[in-house]
Design a protein around this ligand. Structure first.
Ligand SMILES: Cc1cc2nc3c(=O)[nH]c(=O)nc-3n(C[C@H](O)[C@H](O)[C@H](O)COP(=O)(O)OP(=O)(O)OC[C@H]3O[C@@H](n4cnc5c(N)ncnc54)[C@H](O)[C@@H]3O)c2cc1C
Length: 350
């Protein structure tokens, strides 16, 4: 029998930063991840954008969340010997005069904020930008660097099991759990869109939504900015760009579809004045909650079972901060922030 403090189910961005922070706090973790393709973390571009919507509203708790995210990713880069966190300008192309006005209003309202009028035009002749563009100070996390590097770190130490965790085999003990040859104080589920089917957490109000993305070659566009209009372009290697994403609550499956492809291509044509070639079309489902806040905490009747999920469309910015909250709750008994605490659903969890 092998003994751990926590067994973590899932190594998307949630399971990654939670297991990392638990290890930093001296805890023994065992991570299960089946490595399936098409998960949210294996599809996302990892954009961190401080503002959203037509009014460029500042994201929830952004001033607290962003520094924690930066600290966490920088520390992981150092430990793992990788580069994965990049501060980037988001070149925000205004699709209409109203958006231009909204941007100008916000720049004036927050003079030392995250939004700036550009000192000089960019991408002239390359993009359709009749209403102009502004700069938003953002970032992006290269999940395709971070997740494999953390996986390799765990693997090297025998702390990763590359298999499906079967909840029907989990045995509950007094104050602990046992799963096959492993025992632990608790299991924490970071299963992404699988959690709504977890029999212990069906009471949480998930509202998953599907996103589709194109990977495109744009030979005439070589830049380090994120470029955003009705579609967002994130630089990958060379002239390859991540171009996404759609957003749909109404979907039959998690596969790439023709309607989304047409919509993405239409948005690309409205942005680009130069040729592009589609190299791939991918899709995944975002594990979102109805109240758009993470699900964090231990089950009220089974305190050996926890959940860390519901990151929605902001996993890269929210997960490090929420993992910090969870670690302090687990290890020092500090209360969780009520907006993320699953206590808000306790009457629905049995
Ligand atoms: C198209 C798209 C674009 C996005 N863009 C961004 C973006 O730019 N910025 C941003 O911050 N967020 C973005 N998101 C959202 C972001 O991807 C999610 O918030 C985040 O990935 C959720 O991570 P997670 O670890 O909770 O879940 P997941 O990524 O779904 O990870 C769950 C993991 O658990 C594993 N697993 C599940 N069940 C089991 C089991 N029983 N046994 C073993 N393993 C199991 C899966 O294999 C998976 O690896 C985007 C999402 C999509 C779909």
């Amino acid at each position: 029998m092998h003994s751990y403090d926590y067994i973590i189910i899932g190594q998307g961005i949630s399971g990654t930063v939670l297991s990392w922070q638990l290890v930093q706090a001296g805890q023994r973790v065992l991570v299960y991840d089946d490595g399936r393709p098409g998960t949210a973390s294996r599809t996302a571009a990892g954009i961190i954008n401080p503002v959203s919507g037509r009014r460029f509203e500042l994201a929830w708790l952004y001033d607290i969340i962003y520094p924690e995210a930066e600290r966490c990713y920088r520390a992981m880069e150092k430990e793992l010997g990788i580069t994965c966190f990049h501060e980037r300008d988001i070149w925000s192309v205004w699709p209409s005069a109203q958006m231009q006005e909204a941007f100008e209003r916000e720049v004036s309202a927050q003079p030392a904020g995250y939004m700036f009028r550009p000192a000089a035009p960019r991408y002239e002749g390359l993009l359709h930008q009749p209403h102009g563009a502004g700069i938003i100070k953002g970032a992006n996390v290269q999940l395709n660097h971070l997740l494999p590097a953390w996986r390799a770190w765990l693997q090297h130490r025998g702390l990763l099991r590359e298999e499906r965790f079967d909840i029907s085999v989990l045995e509950m003990k007094e104050g602990s759990v046992q799963y096959k040859d492993a025992s632990a104080r608790a299991v924490i589920f970071c299963e992404g869109v699988e959690s709504p089917a977890n029999p212990y957490f069906t009471g949480l109000r998930f509202l998953p939504n599907k996103g589709e993305v194109l990977l495109v070659e744009i030979p005439g566009l070589n830049a380090t900015d994120i470029i955003k209009k009705s579609i967002t372009l994130v630089p990958q290697n060379g002239h390859t760009w991540w171009a996404g994403a759609t957003f749909s609550w109404d979907y039959a499956d998690a596969l790439p579809g023709a309607a989304a492809r047409a919509s993405l291509e239409n948005s690309l044509q409205q942005l680009l004045r130069i040729p592009y070639t589609v190299k791939d079309h991918i899709a995944a489902v975002r594990p979102s909650g109805m109240d758009r806040r993470p699900f964090v905490g231990m089950h009220p009747r089974f305190p050996q079972l926890g959940i860390f999920n519901g990151m929605g469309s902001k996993g890269c910015s929210l997960a490090p901060w929420a993992a910090g909250q969870f670690c302090r709750y687990l290890l020092q008994g500090e209360p969780l922030r009520p907006e993320i605490d699953i206590k808000r659903y306790f009457n629905a969890l049995r």
